[in-house]
Each structure stands twice: as structure tokens, then as C-alpha cells.
Design a protein around this ligand. Sequence first.
Ligand code: P6P
Length: 279
Amino acid sequence: MTEIYEAIKRSAARIKEAIAFDDTGYSENINSTGDTQLKLDIKSDLIIEEEFAKVACIKEIVSEEKEGKTPLHGDGIYSIGYDPLDGSSLIDVNLSVGSIFGIYEGGFAGKNLKAAVYVVYGPRVELVIAHENVTLYRLNQKGEFVLIKEIKLGAKGKLNAPGATQMGWEPRHKALIDAIFADGYRLRYSGGMVPDLHQILLKGGGLFSYPATSDVPKGKLRMIFEVFPFAFVYEKAGGAAIDGKMRLLDLTPSHPHDTTPCFFGSQTEIERVKQCYAK
Ligand code: P6P
């Protein structure tokens, strides 16, 4: 697993440079989700694939930017699902974006996730590794990721990150979000999953939601590349992650790009979601 973490660190340092200085324009390509790819999406994906190709324990990879799986090493044991540059459309307004990695053994089901890693490209570049626990690293002037601290979620937080188009929310979802704000929670939502979830983790807790809506009845966020890795991070940090009823890591996608409604948060907030969606 260490070799995988080192490949991710090398990729992060290269992607940081690309974000800072490369062209942020659109390519001619459309990805499997139907998004027009930024040149940076393609470059970030190529960087990660190049670095993972050097790691013998990786059997296959699947990227949000590609339709299917890419085999790497026949004797490898790990399958990696990743989103190379999540929220990349925020780069041209200079907001933080991220890379997300799920490290699976035995296929891309939530139950097979063995570790999760994400990188935040913000005012500073930070990297979080979730294995037995959740640990924060920061890129220093020498290009090294140095250990900062372990991350733990409080039982109850203060931040609320309500995703998706509000006019598409179910009435019970709108009532839940309104009630949480009525309890004094602060709105923290940038439209970038990585910085939004990172902020809740570092600020002690709260709720991030991307529910089923009338326009995306199965949610927008992808199970393998986005949802499962962050569900793993939140659970290892002492929080919880559900689809409204079920634990997210108990789900199995039928297609690599399957999406699901998702709620990540401290235990108290997730209990409120369960009560809301039990009705
Ligand atoms: P909305 C970015 O495009 C992304 O995939 C996630 O990073 C983010 O959480 C979500 O979409 C934002 O979606 O519909 O709230 O703008």
C-alpha cells in the first residue's frame, strides 16, 4: 500500500504544477459522465495512470475520465478507482479542487475498499490517507508531504453543506436542511466535493448531502471514484455515511460510473438524516 501512497504523492505534486500554470480550457472530448473534459482533466488522468503503471501491486485502475477499466499488472492485488480532478470546473474561478482515490481488493464494491486517499489543491496542497485511521499531510517547500495530525470527527458539528439543485429537492429533504439551519448550523458549500468534505472533517463535523432529486433521481456523485472513498474516510474518522437509509459501503455498483444519493457527517447529523428518510 505504501507504494500506492507514494505514487499518489508524486501525482499530486505534478498535478499541482499543472493546475497553477497550464491552460484551463476545454478539450474536444466528452467523458463517460457526459461532461466536456478540461485539458487539465485529461492531463491529470494521464499523470496518475503514468505513476500507477510503475506500481506492481496495482492490478487495474478505473478513472472517472474513462469508460472502462485499464489493466496494469496481472499479478497485482489492488484495484484503484479514482477521480483525477474533481470539481475541475472551479479552477477557472480559482477555487479549491481535489483528486480522490479508492483502493479496493477483490473488485469495486464498497465492502472491498481497503484504503482511501484524497488530495486538496487549495492555498496549500494537503493529502489525507484513511486506512486504520485518518491522517493529514501537507506539501512543504521541499516537495515532501509532511505529517500534520490525525483527523477525528466530533459527535456533532456546526457546518451544513447541502448539495444539488434546491428546486429538485424532495419536500422531506428541504425540511431536513431547513431544520438544521434553524438549529444554527453555518452554510459551507463551494460545489467542490473534496474541499467541502475536507472542511467538515477539519472543522470538527456537520453534514454534507447530495440527495436524490427530480433531475438526478439516483444522485450525481459516483460510487467508485467519489462516494465510497469519502464514506471510508468519514467512517474511519468516527462519522457515518449513508444513502438515506443504507450504509454507503454496503452498496455495490452495477456499472463503474453508477451514482448514488449520499450523506456524510458526524453521527448526530446522520441520525437526523435517517429519521428524515425513514418516513
Ligand atoms: P452541484 C463537481 O462537479 C461535483 O462532481 C462535486 O465535486 C460536487 O460536490 C458536486 O459536483 C456539485 O454539484 O450540483 O451541487 O453543483
